[in-house]
Design a protein around this ligand. Structure first.
Ligand SMILES: NC(=O)C1=CN([C@@H]2O[C@H](COP(=O)(O)OP(=O)(O)OC[C@H]3O[C@@H](n4cnc5c(N)ncnc54)[C@H](OP(=O)(O)O)[C@@H]3O)[C@@H](O)[C@H]2O)C=CC1
Ligand SMILES: Nc1nc(=O)c2c([nH]1)NC[C@@H]1CN(c3ccc(C(=O)N[C@@H](CCC(=O)O)C(=O)O)cc3)C=[N+]21
Length: 291
């Protein structure tokens, strides 16, 4: 039997519609326009696509979006200066520093100085700490979007074995934190695999939920998937000009019960959750909601 295809594009559209309504209501009540500012340093083509998608989505939801484009030669001091300006600007509610940054800039040094209340990526250590403790201020966009996709399948996650491939700060690690929390769409038993993991295939084969976030084209093959598992493909890889995920979609969909496509899966959901966080940031900063 072929798996249910979790349509990230359609799901994100329905989230974005809901967010647009909430934005309109917030504007009417507060006379404030939620405003996201993204910083893009250098000209990485993949980052440019993401930033463009994000700008379009903001516009459609009634969220103001500004892109600060800086040349690849920008110094760390210059970038710090810009972040501090945005921190101090009362009209900016969300700040997103597009990663990766050029090698000569220390990413941690930059992410650490973003005002945690404006940190819509949830990368600041204060926000990460709050997530770990189970009292999040913002949820990290990609794991948050994935959790919504899993919820959309109506599969019970409680007590299930979720195997995450990849331990990055942006996907793998925070994903594990969300799935081990108590509550709906969580309560899972989580294993994180990475490049040093032994018996990776066997571990993945025991998973009820597989989340692949390693950046290796079609790494997860049908023989690694337990029949009936949910498979979430986070990978964005460009192969011969085509976009492919970390999962061999065509064969795995014959084994899984539900699967996300690439493109049209996790990517669009990441953007929808970014909009949600930006509205939440505007609420927190204007005192319309306690943080
Ligand atoms: N759709 C979306 O919204 C998003 C998509 N992405 C995509 O997701 C993918 C992962 O990105 P990101 O989370 O930033 O991860 P990173 O590229 O920062 O790290 C990759 C992780 O995968 C692990 N890994 C790499 N190769 C293997 C392997 N052969 N076996 C086991 N583990 C391996 C690494 O292990 P180790 O730590 O040991 O090196 C590391 O933990 C990329 O394709 C990226 O483009 C990322 C963010 C959002
Ligand atoms: N500070 C920061 N926050 C991030 O959340 C962040 C980041 N930096 N750096 C890079 C990764 C990657 N990422 C994607 C988001 C959406 C799509 C997306 O919209 N993808 C579409 C199509 C993309 C295309 O056509 O190339 C899809 O999968 O259907 C992809 C990738 C967010 N990231």
């Amino acid at each position: 039997m072929s798996a249910e295809i979790i349509d990230g594009k359609a799901l994100s559209a329905s989230f974005r519609e809901q967010i647009a309504q909430e934005v309109a209501q917030f504007k009417a009540e507060s006379q404030v326009v939620p405003h996201l500012t993204a910083i893009l340093v250098g000209d990485d083509p993949a980052s440019a696509v993401y930033v463009r998608n994000k700008e379009r989505a903001c516009e459609k939801a009634g969220i103001q979006s500004t892109l600060k484009r800086l040349p690849a030669e920008t110094t760390e001091a210059e970038l710090i200066d810009l972040v501090q300006q945005l921190n101090a600007d009362p009209e900016v509610h969300g700040i997103l520093v597009q990663l990766p940054l050029p090698k000569h800039i220390n990413e941690t040094a930059i992410l650490d100085i973003v005002n945690p209340l404006k940190d819509v990526d949830a990368f600041h250590p204060e926000n990460v700490g709050l997530i770990v403790q189970g009292r999040p201020r913002y949820l990290p966009c990609t794991p948050y979007g994935i959790q919504q996709m899993i919820l959309s399948t109506k599969m019970e996650t409680g007590g299930k074995h979720a195997v995450i491939l990849g331990r990055s700060e942006i996907v793998g690690k925070p994903m594990a934190m969300l799935l081990i929390q108590r509550g709906v769409g969580a309560d899972a038993t989580v294993t994180i695999c990475h490049s040093r993991t032994q018996n990776l295939k066997e571990i993945v084969r025991s998973a009820d939920i597989i989340i692949a976030a390693i950046g290796q084209p079609e790494f997860v093959t049908a023989d690694m998937v337990k029949p009936g598992a949910i498979v979430i493909d986070v990978g964005i890889n460009r192969v011969d000009g085509k976009l492919v995920g970390d999962v061999a979609f065509e064969s795995v969909k014959e084994v899984a019960s539900a699967i996300t496509p690439v493109p049209g899966g996790v990517g669009p959901m990441t953007i929808a959750m970014l909009l949600k966080n930006t509205l939440a940031a505007a609420r927190i900063l204007t005192g319309k909601l306690s943080d």
